[in-house]
Design a protein around this ligand. Structure first.
Ligand SMILES: Cc1cc2nc3c(=O)[nH]c(=O)nc-3n(C[C@H](O)[C@H](O)[C@H](O)COP(=O)(O)OP(=O)(O)OC[C@H]3O[C@@H](n4cnc5c(N)ncnc54)[C@H](O)[C@@H]3O)c2cc1C
Length: 363
């Protein structure tokens, strides 16, 4: 598979913003929460939003939505710690749990009242649902699943880059003549900022005009996600991943063994999943999870672009492959050329002995 090509830049049309659109200022981040639990992608977007807002010389604002009470207040405080200057607090008993209609209504009213130039949401199930309906209601542009966001210094436009055509091209999209410019970003694509507890900001209350009897969807029961408290691949610090180069399903055990010694999560390429060697929820890549661990060990994985986009944000990538020309060696930090079914057990033994010794010394 060829490397993705960035589309040859085409001269953009001149931006023609009428006075009404020129009134749009500031960068917003939707702070997604479920029953008080904020999705980490919101804080990752705050980090990215801070950079964009600083470049534009405008405020970074968070938007929290839910039932009135201390939880929303706490979320505003966290938003300030992660970089927000201001938080819009949208509180109503109708916003108890996510439903598209009341959230879209409240959010579009808020946008029309305060007019942000950029509005970002996480590309989560909720974020994708909400961003689409907000953008269509506002009749503005939305770029989904962005991997990079930047500001065009010439005209202040948001440049949203995302993979297209199955990952073989990267395209950069700009919403020239409509505002706000909307984008969704998957979690772990942007780096998590370091919270600064000394930061504070301004809370602006917005009372949405919502009446429960106007909303036709009703929540009958809330069933929490069983996976929520389990360790999750996107947030793992160390990941050992296996690919087709392991040769057969039984050899995947070698990946689990090394992961267990390192206290790591286990990932896989799509080819390994298609072979039935491991569950689909461990797939890393374009159609799987995006990960950003401190250490990513890839065993018998070629480094196809669809895998690469999901893991290239790792701080350190160690690749094990018996082909010295494997594409993964083009971007891995360390290359081990050889048979992964022999190297994996050697790493497991070596790390096991080393970590056992350091644990004994610490005791
Ligand atoms: C729309 C689309 C979406 C996709 N999404 C994803 C995705 O999310 N994630 C993903 O992973 N893929 C995805 N793919 C598939 C992707 O293109 C590749 O086919 C896949 O990543 C290849 O997996 P692999 O590297 O394990 O297998 P292969 O490409 O078969 O590579 C196996 C590698 O192992 C090496 N090898 C062989 N034997 C050994 C040995 N004994 N020791 C060491 N190395 C050995 C080989 O040299 C080779 O480099 C997608 C494809 C498409 C079209």
């Amino acid at each position: 598979m060829a490397e993705p090509k960035t589309a040859k830049p085409i001269k953009k049309r001149k931006v023609k913003l009428d006075e009404n659109l020129l009134a749009y200022r500031g960068v917003w981040v939707f702070i997604e929460s479920e029953r008080g639990h904020v999705h980490p992608v919101s804080w990752e977007l705050m980090g990215q939003g801070r950079q964009l807002a600083d470049q534009l010389g405008v405020e970074l604002c968070g938007v929290v939505m839910g039932v009135p009470g201390p939880t929303l207040e706490a979320q505003c405080v966290s938003a300030f710690h992660y970089g927000a200057d201001r938080c819009y607090r949208v509180a109503s008993p109708v916003l108890a749990d996510y439903r598209n209609v009341p959230f879209t209504r409240a959010l579009t009213d808020l946008v029309n009242a305060y007019k942000p130039e950029i509005f970002m949401l996480g590309a989560t199930t909720l974020g994708r649902d909400l961003a689409g309906s907000v953008a269509t209601t506002l009749k503005t542009g939305l770029t989904a699943d962005c991997t990079e966001l930047a500001i065009d210094p010439e005209d202040r436009c948001l440049l949203s880059t995302r993979p297209t055509f199955g990952g073989s091209l990267l395209c950069t999209i700009a919403t020239l003549n409509y505002r706000p410019q909307m984008a969704t970003v998957r979690h772990r694509v942007m780096r998590m900022p370091v919270p600064q507890p000394e930061r504070s900001g301004l809370i602006v209350d917005f009372e949405p005009a919502l009446v429960e009897t106007d909303i036709i969807t009703k929540i009958l029961e809330f069933i929490p996600d069983e996976m929520r408290d389990k360790p999750q691949l996107p947030y793992a610090e160390i990941i050992v991943s296996g690919g087709k180069g392991l040769g057969k399903g039984e050899n995947f055990r070698l990946v689990w063994d090394l992961a267990s010694v390192l206290g790591a999560e286990v990932g896989a390429s799509r080819a390994a999943i298609h072979a039935g060697w491991i569950d689909a929820d461990r797939q890393v890549g374009q159609t799987g999870k995006t990960v950003r661990p401190a250490l990513y060990i890839a065993a018998g994985i070629s480094g196809a672009i669809q895998h690469r986009v999901g893991m290239e944000g790792a701080d350190c990538i160690i690749a094990l492959n018996n082909d010295p020309n494997a594409p993964i060696f083009d971007f891995a930090h360390y290359a081990i050329v050889g048979d992964c079914t022999q190297i994996l057990p050697a790493l497991t033994r070596t790390f096991g002995a080393y970590l056992g010794k350091t644990q004994k010394e610490a005791a």
